[in-house]
Design a protein around this ligand. Structure first.
Ligand code: GA4
Length: 328
């Protein structure tokens, strides 16, 4: 059981809101899903996937390993911290003072790297967690690639693996995150910020959580927040900043945040599919208008963007530095 000090800061809380039922729903088993996928990425940058084909045992095994880890004594968990950026973190997010009502484990998806630092915190059988992460990540990455290929098709891009090859690359710089948001029963009419608002820097993020509510997305037009009804049997997909750039702004990287639940702990697992560090990120020529430079973004490498992102605050708009119009 995690014991965190009582919250004292008022800005750290927000009013409760109602759940929004209109999240785009994509059935991956239906052959016509690509046009719905494109529409969801254009309008929301966010959607829910059903009939995903990820074996339930991979999900359940990883969730139970995660709960086991988060339930262990703080002194044990701290052996895997502080995050640099990988490892165990508690309340502190990133390098610049962002805090949330959360504890987490941040890992690279490179199996050799992960467990050297964190293994000592996993008790007698560290390979149980590493094996659960590897099985889960392999399956979820395959689904992410399938979605990216449907999206490329839906955009009529000839090379349908133009996005997915970046995740499949041996050098792909992808990240995996396990989050635990302890319940916060003292606050009845308000919620605490579990993970503050932000967009994900990578290409695509695949999120699965237990049935505790908390995730919210922001709609572009009016900046209001929509509460996403949780569904432990489905996956939620976010468009990341890099995919927004590669589609020249046609797909939107969605601003999202997580509020804590007053009665139930939320446990989530997120795969962030990123490109190799040396990859040049720029709008795809086939999505630009012929004969004129309609590109909205300057080209950058994932290394440059990631460096910039990891030195920024959570809520910052990171893409504006690379926007052509804003800079001129
Ligand atoms: C948001 C998406 C992923 O969780 C993450 C986060 C990272 C971190 O937790 O260290 C960042 C955040 C995320 C974006 C801005 C920087 C870096 C915290 C932060 C303040 C792992 C990622 O890739 O970017």
């Amino acid at each position: 059981m995690v014991v965190l000090p009582k919250p004292t800061i008022d800005q750290f809380t927000v009013e409760k809101s109602t759940l929004f039922p209109g999240i785009p729903l994509i059935d991956l088993s239906k052959p016509d899903s690509k046009s719905c996928l494109v529409k969801a990425c254009e309008e929301f940058g966010f959607f829910k996937i059903i009939n995903h084909g990820i074996p339930t045992e991979f999900i359940n095994k990883l969730e139970s390993e995660a709960i086991k880890f988060f339930s262990s004594p703080m002194s044990e968990k701290e052996k895997a911290g502080p995050p640099d950026p990988f490892g165990y973190g508690n309340k502190s997010i990133g390098r610049n003072g962002d805090i949330g009502w959360i504890e987490y484990l941040l890992l690279t998806t490179n199996p050799e790297f992960n467990y050297q630092k964190v293994a000592s915190a996993f008790g007698e059988n560290p390979e149980n967690l590493s094996c659960a992460v590897n099985n889960y990540v392999t399956a979820v990455k395959k689904m992410a690639c399938e979605i990216l290929e449907l999206l490329a098709d839906g955009l009529r891009i000839q090379k349908r693996d133009v996005f997915s090859e970046l995740l499949m690359d041996e050098q792909s710089d992808s990240v995996f995150r396990l989050n635990h948001y302890p319940p916060c029963p003292e606050l009845h009419d308000r919620n605490l910020i579990g993970f503050g608002e932000h967009t994900d820097p990578q290409i695509i993020s695949v999120l699965r959580s237990n049935n505790a509510s908390g995730l919210q997305i922001s709609l572009r037009d009016d900046g209001s927040w929509i509460s996403v009804p949780p569904d432990q049997d489905s996956f939620f997909i976010n468009v990341g900043d890099s995919l927004q750039v590669m589609t020249n702004g046609r797909f939107k990287s969605v601003r999202h945040r997580v509020l804590t639940n007053s009665c139930k702990a939320r446990v989530s697992m997120i795969y962030f599919g990123g490109p190799p560090l040396s990859e040049k990120i720029a709008p795809l020529p086939s999505l630009l208008m012929e004969g004129e430079d309609s590109s909205l973004y300057k080209e950058f490498t994932w290394f440059e963007y990631k460096n910039y992102a990891f030195n920024s605050r959570l809520a910052d708009n990171r893409l504006c530095l690379f926007e052509k119009i804003a800079a001129s």
